[in-house]
Write a protein of this length. Sequence first.
Length: 476
Amino acid sequence: MFFRSIRFRLTSWYALTLAAVLAASSLFWYIALSRNLEKHIDERLLDVAKVVERSHLKEHRDLSLPQACNDLDKYILDHNWAGYAQVRNSLGNIICNINSVEGKPLPLGKSALLKITKMLHHFETVRNLDSYPLRLLSYPIVHDGRLERIIQIAESYEQAEHTLSDLKIVFLMLSPFAFIALTGCGWFLANRALTPIVNITETARKITAEKLDARLPVHEPQDELANLSNTINSMLARLEDSFNRIKQFSGDASHELRTPLAILKGETEVSLRWAKTEEELKQTLESNLEEINLMGRILEDLLELAKSEAGELHLDFEEFSLSDLLQDIYIHAKTLAEPRQHLIKLRLQVDSEIHIWGDQIQLYRMFLNIINNSIKYTQPEGTIEITLSVDDETAIVSVKDSGVGISKEHLANIYDRFYRVDAARNRQDGGTGLGLSIVKAIVDAHGGRIDVDSVVEKGTTFTISLPLKRETLKKS
């Protein structure tokens, strides 16, 4: 488990990268120093060759004479030039040799001769002449446009080799300590960087279906780990909301279905024991049918709400006349209101027929649901007023009644499932407690807004705002 941990893998990759960088860096500096030392040697050799040409050879052109060679030897020693010197004639024959390497002449290879014939100097590294390699310069002496002499200057690599050897020792001694120290720092940094992840993991293990209110710690500053924690916390919030809805749904549904089932069971048991006439059995069956229909409406409404929350509510959008729809609803509402002798009014505060883009059947259901509530909760001989107006690109429909009203503490919850301001009366009127939830879902699906204003014992006004144009609906 330890070797598979992210901390170990990060440190391992860091250590491998560090080793590669240290090795590459050491090699780079070794090669750079080696070339720099060689460059300095070449510059010294070239300076010596030019000084010899300028200061001595012009005065002793006949270097075949032993005295001239001795003068050149003395001249080089007087100027503290360590190394080796050799002079050849234009044919390449040695005419003067100073400080020879163990009695061996300095070589003149083909590549050197090729360059000298072009009147160019040539550098090369000669091995096997001494215990250390020699850096050799073959330098042409030109007079009146023709090759007159060839001067060869050489210097040992001994000092450069010692310098490079010391550098290798420094690298070999310091690199392991640097590697170990930096790897330890890498382990510490990996541990520090992964500590928030460990905290997140420990907190996540404690989160269960019964404890979805727990949240992951969010560390400052707002880096990638903080963004991850925020994202997971948002997901947990959505899960908590979904679980709460499921729990609420399960509890409310079981409670709502328990009552009609209990009634069905009780009435059936009573009928089996005591009903003796056909009329008594018929009354029991009629009551049972009412409870069955109520349970059917509850299940249908729950299915509609579930589809709406899942984004699967089927809507057939088309352009239609909202004015005609409200007139049809007005006629239907008058029929529904006749038993309670309500006065239904329709006010079209528009100059022309209003068309909107939406699902005509669902909007009809939505408006009729609100009006049906107004009929239920308005005292007999009350007034219900339906008004249509237009504001910019929005159609506004209000349903105002003179009913019992809704107190302020209930207004925030009237769109919740199974919420009833007056549970007993709601059941008596055949309500499921889901009507306004469905109304809200249909309005939201059309990109609209629903507002409510109510005063107890004076009445309630529902105001529905719907976009007129298709483009506005898409933006919503």
